[in-house]
Design a protein. Sequence first.
Lengths: 52, 227
Amino acid sequence: MEQRELHFVMYGLTAILMVIVLYILKLDADGRRLRKELDRVRKMVGGSEKRD
Amino acid sequence: MREPIKYVLLTASLGLLLWSLYKIGYVLPLEANVAAYQILYLHVPSFFAAFTGFFLGLFASGIYLATGNFKYDSFAAGANEVALMFATAGLASGMIWARYAWGIWWTWDARLSSMLLCWLVYVGYLFLRKSVEEPTQRARLSAVLSIFGCVNVAFVYKSIEWYRTQHPSPVLSFRNGGDHMGPGLEAPIWWNWLALVCLGVVIAMVRMQQGEMSREIDALRRQAHSY
């Protein structure tokens, strides 16, 4: 295979992998934010129930 | 139960991708003219994985509208979001191919323009989900948009058969028209598609779990406001 062609496949692969990795990082950040928010709301509701 | 499935699918996906890349790079007897199209081995599977996700989103949206079960709404959101990611990857790799083959990054031909429109519709879908707060209204509106968007997916798929513009004509043997690659050279396209679908399923499962967490947060907030 020509060297240029192998490079070319690698550029395409890099572009695709970069999109996938960026998306997975965003997904991970969303997951952490949601877990934090869920804990906060659970504590808030727990506190309200105790007051009642 | 979900966790082991995720790891099996993820391992299968990575294994298939590596095996397929090895075949593309070192085993397949690529003729000179086919060598110029090597990026197809990643570009086409990205779009096929995207179309698979959009169609799964369509079915899940239809089932949500019929049953009102929020699990299908979460599934549709996950499938469409993952599909949009693959469509973005496909567009990016296509632009790299275009720069190499045509000397330009982009042209307004039928296939590229319709795909960009499709991409924008699904970006709109995600914005819609973020902008509507009420869960039932959000689910119903996004289900309708998902169904509408999928009509465009069918048009994108057929556009290279209907319009002979700058985008290459079909290369896969089961499609009409174009210069086919041949079954031996086609195989890695299907393996890569399977690998990306496995990866997409894992990501969609994570996304569904997040959807469930979001709904729990909404329910708890409503409960807190009712005190």
